[in-house]
Design a binder for this molecule. Structure first.
Ligand code: GLY
Length: 429
C-alpha cells in the first residue's frame, strides 16, 4: 500500500533520478523534493518544496511538518554540514552518512591519511597549507601531477597539471590568501571507474560499475566539470576486479570508518583508477551517489529503492537486496552556454520528449518551470538517459533524443560511451 511520504534533498539530475525511482516504489505515496527542478515538478507522485538543500533548519521543519517517513540526502554539502546528525537527534529517519562519516569526501587530506592508515591502495601524496612548502614539494615530483583543493568543490577542485607552471598556478590559486589546504597527489595511469555501494556500517550492497566523463570536451579535453555523461556497466570492472575492489577497498574502508567511530550509512562512492594489471587504487571517496552516474544506474535498477534505503536507515540492510537489469544505460549531460564557467540562464528548452518509457528518460538538473515553459536555470541542465540491449543501442537512443532537444548555446559531448565502445571493438577484433 502506498502510504510513505519521502523527502529527497537536492535539485540536480541525481535527485530527479532518485525521486523518480522512489516514487515508483509500491510503498511510496508522495516524494517531496527540496528544492527540486522542472523535472521533479512534473514527475508523477513528486512535489517540489522551495527549500534550499543547505537550509538545514528549514529542511528539518519540512520533514517534521509533512510527517516524512524517510529523508534521502542527495548532495554532499548538507551531509558535510551534519544534516543526518540533525535529523537523527530530532528522531527523524534520514538516509546518508553522519558528518563524521562524510569527512571521507569533505576533506581530501582526511581521506588520503585514512587510506594510508588502513593500507588501502591509493597513490602517493602530501598535504600543504603553505605555498612555499607546496612549491618546493612540486620540484621533487614528476609530471603530470594532481593538485586538489582539500574541501568540497563540486568536482572542479582538481587540476591535473602537465607543466610545472600549471601545477604552481593551481597551488597558488587553491591556497590563495585565506588559509586553504591542498593535497598534491601522484598521477595514476589507467582507466577511471566509479564503484558505489549502499552501506550500513560494515554491511553493504554493490551497485554495478559505472563511468563518468569529467572533462567538458570530446576526447577528454578541456577543464573538469561536475560530469558530462555516464555509462553503466563499466567493462573495466570485471568480476575479478570487482572482487578485488570489495576486499581491498570497500570492506577495509567500511571497517576502518566503523573502527574510528565514523560508521558509514549511505552511498559510498569509490572513484577508482584501474591500472593495466587490473590493480584498483582509490582516487577519492564520495559520501553520496555520483552525478551523472546515478541517472544510468537508476535506469538499470529493478528493485524497490525505497525498501532498500528504509532498511539501511533502520539498521536492517541485511534484509534488503538490489536487482539490476542486464542491459546497458548511458546518459548525456546537456549543459548551459558557458559551463563549466558561469552559465547563461533563462533560455527556453524545446523538444523535450512528450512520452518517456523504460528505454528513455530525460532527467532534469538546472531547469525551472515558467508557466508551461521549461527554462534553463543552472550549469548542467539535463541528462538524457537511455537503456539499451547493449551500450551501442543505449547510445543511439540517447543521442537521437539529444538531437531533438534544443536550447540556445547547449553544450554537450558527442562522444559519451565512445571510448568504451572502441575498447569493446578492439577486444572483439
Ligand atoms: N560524477 C562525479 C561526482 O559525482 O562527483
Amino acid at each position: 500500500m502506498r502510504t510513505a511520504k519521502v523527502l529527497v534533498i537536492g535539485g540536480g539530475g541525481r535527485e530527479h533520478a532518485l525521486a523518480w525511482k522512489l516514487a515508483a516504489s509500491p510503498q511510496v505515496a508522495t516524494v517531496l523534493v527540496a528544492p527540486g527542478n522542472a523535472g521533479t515538478a512534473r514527475e508523477a507522485r513528486c512535489e517540489n518544496r522551495p527549500v534550499a538543500a543547505d537550509d538545514l533548519d528549514a529542511l528539518l521543519a519540512l520533514a517534521r511538518d509533512e510527517d516524512v517517513a524517510l529523508t534521502v540526502v542527495g548532495p554532499e554539502q548538507p551531509l558535510a554540514a551534519g544534516i543526518v546528525d540533525r535529523f537523527h537527534s530530532a528522531g527523524l529517519a534520514a538516509f546518508g552518512p553522519t558528518r563524521a562519516a562524510a569527512a571521507i569526501e569533505a576533506s581530501k587530506a582526511f581521506c588520503k591519511d585514512f587510506l594510508v592508515r588502513h593500507r588501502i591502495p591509493t597513490g602517493g601524496y602530501a598535504v600543504f597549507d603553505a605555498v612555499a612548502a607546496a612549491l618546493a614539494y612540486l620540484d621533487t615530483r614528476p609530471l603530470p601531477i594532481v593538485v586538489k583543493a582539500d574541501g568540497l568543490a563540486a568536482g572542479k577542485g582538481v587540476v591535473v597539471a602537465t607543466t610545472p607552471i600549471q601545477a604552481q598556478q593551481a597551488v597558488r590559486q587553491m591556497l590563495g590568501g585565506s588559509g586553504g589546504r591542498v593535497v598534491i597527489e601522484d598521477f595514476l595511469a589507467g582507466e577511471e571507474a566509479s564503484f558505489i555501494v549502499l552501506a550500513n556500517g560494515t554491511d553493504y550492497l554493490c551497485l554495478p560499475g559505472s563511468q563518468d566523463h569529467k572533462r567538458v570536451g570530446d576526447g577528454d579535453t578541456g577543464p573538469n566539470t561536475g560530469g558530462m555523461g555516464a555509462i553503466s556497466p563499466a567493462a573495466v570492472i570485471t568480476d575479478a576486479t570487482e572482487a578485488r575492489v570489495r576486499t581491498e577497498i570497500i570492506e577495509p574502508t567500511l571497517a576502518g570508518l566503523a573502527a574510528e567511530g565514523r560508521s558509514f550509512t549511505g552511498f559510498l562512492y569509490a572513484g577508482l583508477m584501474i591500472d593495466a594489471e587490473s590493480q584498483p587504487r582509490v582516487l577519492e571517496f564520495n559520501a553520496r551517489l555520483g552525478d551523472p552516474e546515478t541517472q544510468p544506474l537508476m535506469m538499470r535498477l529493478e528493485s524497490d529503492l525505497y525498501a532498500a534505503l528504509a532498511a539501511a536507515s533502520h539498521g536492517r540492510l541485511r534484509e534488503a537486496s538490489l536487482r539490476w537489469r542486464p542491459q546497458a544505460a548511458l546518459g548525456v549531460v546537456m549543459a548551459a552556454a558557458g559551463y563549466p564557467g558561469t552559465p547563461r540562464l533563462g533560455d527556453p528548452i524545446q523538444g523535450l520528449p512528450q512520452t518517456e518509457d523504460d528505454a528513455l528518460k530525460v532527467f532534469h538538473a538546472g531547469t525551472r518551470l515558467d508557466g508551461e515553459r521549461v527554462l534553463t536555470s543552472g550549469g548542467r541542465v539535463l541528462c538524457v538517459t537511455a537503456l539499451g540491449a547493449d551500450l551501442a543501442r543505449a547510445r543511439e537512443v540517447a543521442y537521437a533524443a539529444v538531437g531533438r532537444i534544443d536550447f540556445s548555446g547547449a553544450v554537450y559531448r558527442r562522444d559519451i560511451g565512445a571510448r568504451a565502445l572502441a575498447k569493446q571493438a578492439c577486444i572483439a577484433a
